[in-house]
Ligand binder design. Structure first.
Ligand code: ADP
Length: 442
């Protein structure tokens, strides 16, 4: 097992990883920007190193500074968390060149899945259903024929895309050319790659994803699904597991296909296969080769600590349990608490003057904020994840309602009220909501 791990992240996920390390008796090194000197992850780590000024580009994305911090603090592994450098193939490679273990998959797998066209091809080869699409858009006639076949609307997406960037929905054929060009320009700007592809645009799908855990011994397990359809501008807001719309047969079928595909590429670590789900059919969209923000709902219903497992398999340990040992119990929901106005969604950095977080049986708060903490304006507005567990979905929703009522955050705006509205709405209660749910709050 590793002796010392550098956590190349901030906020709640840095703390989440730190807690897992501590339980595994691994020493931790936090990195931080000048704006995060008083942050909780810095206070709690065994050591900390400042890696640059406030902007993420100069600090949490500053590879030379992070490698220097890892070298001087003599760590044997780096955990990237999510976001920042977690899916940066070059970062994973450089780390390994320095004889430091990257807690994540091999760089070749990051590269393979980082290209969504290549990822879809691998899934198709393994009989995983994918979103119908066309990769080569150079021949306009072929493109038009293809659209004629699958029918409008279609969506243009960036092959190297992420965070919802570089996507354009095309409803009218006369907008096609302009949308392709706009998606290319945005993709070049954001990802330095102007490769774009076309997909059928699903009008009312759910976003359902499958959690995978794999070790270097060839063992691949699935930990069920998460329904992440409550999203705004392609950013998830509420996630739950299990999904109320899936039958056991459907769940088992898609999970088995995912396991087979992941085995075929000899993937290691945690990973998530994201699907659109419409009319009882799954369509693979992309794979994330890292820990997801919403991993806690899976932990709550399986009782498995995904971060500890991820660290253990990265250090070369075999997974100690088998698929049949994983029991799915009860229901879990996560609400992402953002520092933003509940109606305008404008970020609200600033000082938290009063803070009280909910508790009680089945209530978990993953956060790095505290009373008196000043939320910097430089980073993501998510400040906490409120995760609840109930024996069934109804109990879970009741518990979330109660926990949200109890949550006091004064001094800044938050989306707590918005969460109250969502979880008590008829669509949410019925479970039949889709990815367009949030458009009514626009
Ligand atoms: P990113 O990596 O940028 O997050 P994804 O491919 O995961 O991009 O897509 C993000 C979101 O965009 C999905 O969760 C879904 O809401 C929407 N989306 C993507 N592709 C389609 C599609 N073909 N039809 C309908 N919605 C889509």
């Amino acid at each position: 097992m590793f002796k010392k791990v550098l956590i190349a992240n901030r906020g709640e996920i840095a703390l989440r990883i730190l807690r897992a390390c501590r339980e595994l008796e691994i020493k931790t090194v936090a990195i931080h920007s000048e704006a995060d000197e008083t942050a909780m992850h810095v206070r709690m780590a065994d050591e900390s190193v400042c890696v640059g000024p406030a902007s993420a580009q100069s600090s949490y994305l500053n590879i030379p500074a992070i490698i220097t911090a890892a070298t001087i603090s003599n760590v044997d592994a780096i955990h990237p968390g999510y976001g920042f450098l977690s899916e940066n193939k070059r970062f994973a490679e450089i780390i390994e060149e320095h004889n430091i273990k990257f807690i994540g998959p091999k760089s070749e797998h990051i590269e393979m899945m980082g290209n969504k066209i290549a990822a879809k091809k691998i899934m198709e080869d393994n009989k995983v259903p994918t979103v119908p699409g066309l990769n080569d858009l150079s021949d306009m006639k072929k493109t038009l024929d293809f659209i004629d076949n699958i029918k409008l609307p279609v969506i243009i997406k960036a092959a190297s895309g992420g965070g919802g960037k570089g996507m354009r929905v095309v409803n009218k054929i006369e907008d096609l050319e302009e949308s392709i060009n706009a998606a290319k320009i945005e993709s070049k700007k954001s990802f330095n790659d102007d490769t774009v592809y076309l997909e059928k645009f699903f009008v009312n799908p759910k976003h359902i994803e499958i959690q995978i855990l794999a070790d270097s011994n060839g063992s691949v397990l699935t930990l069920g699904e998460r329904d992440c359809s409550i999203q705004r501008k392609h950013q998830k807001i509420i996630e739950e597991s299990p999904s109320i719309v899936l039958t056991n047969v459907e769940r088992e079928k898609i999970s088995n296909l995912c396991v087979k595909a992941i085995k075929s590429i000899k993937y290691e670590g945690v990973g998530t296969l994201e699907f659109l789900y419409e009319n009882n059919k799954f369509y693979f969209m992309e794979m994330n080769t890292r820990l997801q923000v919403e991993h806690p709902v899976t932990e709550m219903i399986t009782g498995q600590d995904l971060v500890k497992e991820q660290i253990k398999v990265a250090s070369g340990n075999k997974i100690k349990f088998k698929q049949e040992d994983i029991n799915f119990n009860g229901h879990s929901i996560e609400c992402r608490i953002n520092a933003e106005h509940p109606e305008t969604f404008i970020p609200s950095p600033g000082k938290i003057t009063q803070y009280h977080q909910p508790g009680g049986l089945g209530v978990r708060v993953d956060s790095a904020v505290y009373q008196g903490y000043i939320i910097p304006a430089h980073y993501d507005s998510m400040i906490a994840k409120l995760i609840v567990y109930g024996e069934n979905r109804n109990e879970c929703i009741q518990k979330m309602k109660r926990a949200l009522e109890e949550y006091v955050i004064i001094g800044i705006d938050t989306n707590i009220q918005l969460h109250q509205k969502i979880i008590q709405s008829n669509e949410f209660l019925s479970g039949k909501y889709d990815i367009n749910y949030m458009s009514k709050f626009e």
